[in-house]
Ligand binder design. Structure first.
Ligand SMILES: [Zn+2]
Length: 396
């Protein structure tokens, strides 16, 4: 496995033209009245109509999208990294790189819980979190951005430990419930400390996933009050519907639907959030690697499931894996197509032979779209995806 360091960003100016459908990632305005993007130093500088863009200069690169759609790079809010692009859960290598071919440009750790014989003492928990944060911050398989170092809570952690972790660059807390802290009062206290030092957090929700984890029900989820109700649809075993309803109605935090969960429960939560006008709470993740494997197309498949089996518009569902995650995770530098954000862009279209006219129709039909190109930090990382079905139109 060769993993060269990806170039940080393209300094060449890029003008993307002829975009047929621009999905912003922002729930307030999910489709932009625009067909062009100007990129410089890996950052989106302007979004608008072709007439609003500066005329191309000699050294500019012009990309013709040929009428396909563009969305922000997808952010998987829930994955479990261990070391580089290898997972011992399925003894598989190259799974992160393969996710780039599924349109995912950022992975967020929900805890390095699969690390063999993971340390459970306080100094070991902190050491593993800092080592993971350091390692993955500079490890970019096919340009993928990996945010890792998510300590799994164990007894004995003090407020000062969270301060030390935050000072060392750790920004996440792994799923509460994967370690020995499984009760509401202790979880709430530690999550309060983590929040004080700017870290974002999540609570495991549902039945036990791997040995050592436990059942975390609505009472504990609500009391801990972490930023994200991780796999509200189970990881993989979902809570009974009445407990899910309580989490939606009595809580205010983000609700994450994962690919490796219970689809029926996920649909129920999404419909409830939609009725309550709370789509800003919805996030998507895969929870990969898991017992059911790794899914390079897991986020796209979840979007297709939700778009085809609920009344929620597909352009809104894209926001659950882009702008909503960026907002909840304090990633103001990505997740939305607007000036100042990273040029992490997915060029996609209806799959060849799918019913309907465009990528939104394709998703409403329940079909996976095709990806024609993925750009991260303004650098083209893939052409036609090796994993999706072929897109009708691809950039030139
Ligand atoms: Zn979990």
């Amino acid at each position: 496995m060769a993993h060269e360091e990806a170039p940080a960003s393209a300094s060449q100016r890029i003008i993307v033209r002829n975009i047929g459908l621009m999905l912003s990632g922002d729930l307030e305005k999910p489709v932009l009245d625009a067909d062009s993007i100007l990129i410089e130093d890996g950052i989106i500088r302007a979004v608008g109509r072709a007439a609003d863009m500066p005329p191309p200069e000699k050294d500019d690169r012009v990309i013709d999208a040929d009428g396909c759609a563009v969305c922000p790079g997808l952010i998987d809010n829930h994955m479990h990294p261990v070391a580089g692009d290898w997972t011992p859960r399925q003894n598989q290598i190259g799974w992160m790189e393969s996710c780039v071919h599924g349109g995912v440009t950022t992975l967020i750790s929900a805890g390095e819980a699969h690390y063999p014989n993971r340390p459970r003492d306080v100094v070991g928990v902190k050491a593993l979190a800092i080592a993971a944060q350091r390692s993955f911050s500079g490890f970019r398989p096919l340009g993928m951005k990996i945010i890792a170092g998510a300590p799994v809570l164990e007894p004995g952690l003090t407020e000062n430990d969270f301060k030390e972790l935050a000072d060392a660059g750790v920004t996440l807390v792994g799923e509460v419930g994967l370690g020995r802290i499984k009760d509401g009062p202790t979880g709430r206290m530690m999550i309060g400390w983590s929040r004080k030092y700017g870290m974002t957090s999540m609570t495991h929700t549902g039945g036990p996933s791997i040995p050592g984890s436990g059942r975390i029900g609505a009472d504990v989820v609500l009391e801990v009050d972490a930023d994200v109700v991780a796999h509200v649809n189970g990881g993989p075993t979902a809570l009974p519907d009445d407990e899910l309803r309580r989490i939606c109605e009595e809580g205010t935090r983000a609700l994450e639907i994962v690919h490796n969960g219970n689809l029926r429960s996920g649909l129920m939560v999404l419909e409830l959030a939609n009725e309550r006008n709370e789509l800003h709470r919805m996030l998507l993740g895969t929870d990969a690697p898991a017992g059911s494997g790794v899914q390079p197309l897991g986020i796209l498949r979840t979007i297709a499931h939700l778009a085809s089996l609920t009344d929620v518009a597909p352009e809104l569902i894209f926001c659950f894996a882009t702008g909503n995650v960026a907002r909840v995770r304090n990633l103001a530098d990505r997740g939305v197509i607007e000036p100042g954000r990273a040029a992490d862009l997915v060029f996609l279209d209806a799959a060849e032979a799918s019913a309907g006219d465009d990528v939104l129709d394709c998703l409403r039909e329940g079909n996976l779209p095709g990806i024609g190109m993925v750009m991260i930090d303004g650098v083209v990382r893939t052409g036609r995806s090796r994993n999706t079905p072929p897109a009708r139109r691809v950039p030139k």
